[in-house]
Design a binder for this molecule. Sequence first.
Ligand code: GUN
Ligand code: ZN
Length: 377
Amino acid sequence: MGSKIPPLTYKVVAECSVSKARAGLMMLRHSEVRTPVFMPVGTQGTLKGVLPDQLIELDCQILLGNTYHLGLRPGIETLQRAGGLHNFMGWPRAILTDSGGFQMVSLLQLAEIDERGVNFRSPFDNSECMLTPEHSMQIQNAIGADIMMQLDDVVKTTTTGPRVEEAMERTIRWVDRCLKAHARDDDQSLFPIVQGGLEIPLRERCVSALMERQVRGFAVGGLSGGESKHDFWRMVHVCTDHLPRDKPRYLMGVGFAADLVVCVALGVDMFDCVFPTRTARFGCALVDSGQLNLKHQKYKHDMEPIDAACGCGTCRRYSRSYLHHIATNESVSCSLLSVHNVAYQLRLMGSMREAIQHDKFPQFVRDFMERHYGSEP
Ligand code: GUN
Ligand code: ZN
């Protein structure tokens, strides 16, 4: 084996001269990833209603999977026998996996956290399980994603007081346990996660502690959970101010168009969110001016596509009227709208990247905000 190429390299290819926005190129084992990038979420090893071929047609370069779900089902043994998740789900490009703790805490009210890990009851057989940093690494090593996340201690953004600091300090202790347990550092990259609630000094301390570790990129967590935009953007700003310029920055769980634009301006490179595919399941299509709820009667006779300028498989073939007509047939409309919504997110990121490369990002932001907030959808 000897001199192997590193599993992740990242380089900044252009920077905005006014904001902190940057365009980059990240090379992973399974794909190159042009940043800023949006990663659609395929929780169960599938993006609901969208096939890998369709994602490739949309030029999607990286997907997100969840350790919590995949570890429970199909489980480590199946994943290992399949030769990892890429093979198992027939997705040849890059995958990032989240560590599982956040999903348990947000999905299951019953999860309890102590120094050992996150304790929860399996939704399948109600048995008690403990997700430790070591176990999360074991599952993520079996999944074989290009990028994996540390197990972190996440508190709600509404939490205040000593618990916020405790979670931040514990997250730092847990990253060391994760790094130690990580068995495939030569082909999978482990990202630590900056926590610290809405407190600037805690975020700063967390960033500087995590920067002492040997890692190839950083995530910012614990945001977009009901705090004000002011607090949210301020925390992102503080983190990107202190994180190293030459490594990718991933803001977890953020995916509203306006947040993507603002956070790219603040120097974030990677995003994920269930929102585009979840809102598709409710019959909503994303456009620059907001969302179209295709269940609404006003689309009954609307023979235009969702967006004439989109060019996705859905917009090439179907009218709003047809989508309105099938909107109650969930599986078909979910699939068609998910394709469009993922196309929308990817195109938004691509336009930002292009604007940064041509030093036109400030104008892009002005035009986007005008389209987004200037008129009714
Ligand atoms: N997804 C959204 N926010 C978070 C977070 O803070 N931690 C983890 N692990 N996943 C997230
Ligand atoms: Zn479309």
